[in-house]
Design a binder for this molecule. Structure first.
Ligand SMILES: O=C([O-])CC(=O)C(=O)O
Ligand SMILES: [Mg+2]
Length: 221
């Protein structure tokens, strides 16, 4: 692949996610509000784009939608200072689809969330928007399931800001061109079922739709 940043999902090397970055989402799942960012990873094999279905993995009883502002890293950096951080960003709309029953089970056993967060199709994304988003800390994220409003939040309510997160993460692991950073979800998460359609957006600037399907066992001989 040529390294066209507009097609970062084809060659970007990691997806770094922030959990519990909105107080009202911490409260709805009865989780503590973190005093430092909660970081986890998703594999890049989880990406899907509009036109592809989101598939509920076999054996999972509850896949939740989480609409999030995504940050595409535009150049390599380590120890990126907060004052420089906004030179490294482009914006996407993203879903952090989560197998909530698997996550709950992992949490109760003290195990990582990798399976709950990393299943195939668990990271639907839009294209990159930059000029259309003048202030990423003042946009509205919304999500409907079958035209019913489920999530509505403003990035004003993020606990840890984008420069803080970029500095925090890049002091430990380099951020590379084409990486995606998911900044957490506001309240209103909930389950989706086969046949549902997820429609989400950032204000009226960008929106995307994904149908939900059951994963079918692939038939190979
Ligand atoms: O699974 C969770 O609740 C953590 C998370 O990804 C978020 O807050 O966006
Ligand atoms: Mg999330």
């Amino acid at each position: 692949h040529s390294r066209d940043i507009k097609r970062f999902w084809e060659w970007g090397r990691k997806i770094v996610c922030v959990g519990r970055n909105y107080i009202d989402h911490c409260a709805e799942l009865k989780n503590p509000v973190p005093s430092s960012p909660l970081i986890f990873l998703k594999p890049t094999s989880a990406y899907i784009r509009e036109g592809e279905p989101m598939k509920i993995p076999t054996g999972c009883d509850s896949v939740h939608h989480e609409v999030e502002l995504g940050i595409v890293i535009s150049k390599n950096g380590s120890d990126i200072q907060q004052s420089q951080a906004m030179d490294y960003v482009g914006y996407v709309l993203a879903l952090d689809m989560t197998a909530r029953d698997w996550q709950d089970k992992a949490k109760s056993k003290g195990q990582p969330w990798s399976m709950a967060k990393g299943f195939d199709t668990s990271c639907p994304i839009s294209g990159i928007e930059k000029e259309t988003i003048p202030d990423p800390h003042n946009i509205n994220l919304w999500l409907n399931v079958n035209d019913e409003s489920k999530q509505q939040g403003t990035t004003k309510d993020m606990i840890f800001t984008i420069p803080f997160l970029i500095n925090y993460i890049s002091s430990v692991m380099q951020l590379e061109e084409g990486d995606l950073l998911l900044t957490g979800t506001p309240k209103g998460v909930g389950p989706v079922r086969p046949g549902d359609v997820i429609h989400c957006g950032i204000d009226s600037v960008v929106s995307m739709k994904f149908p939900v399907e059951e994963e079918k066992e692939s038939i190979t001989s």
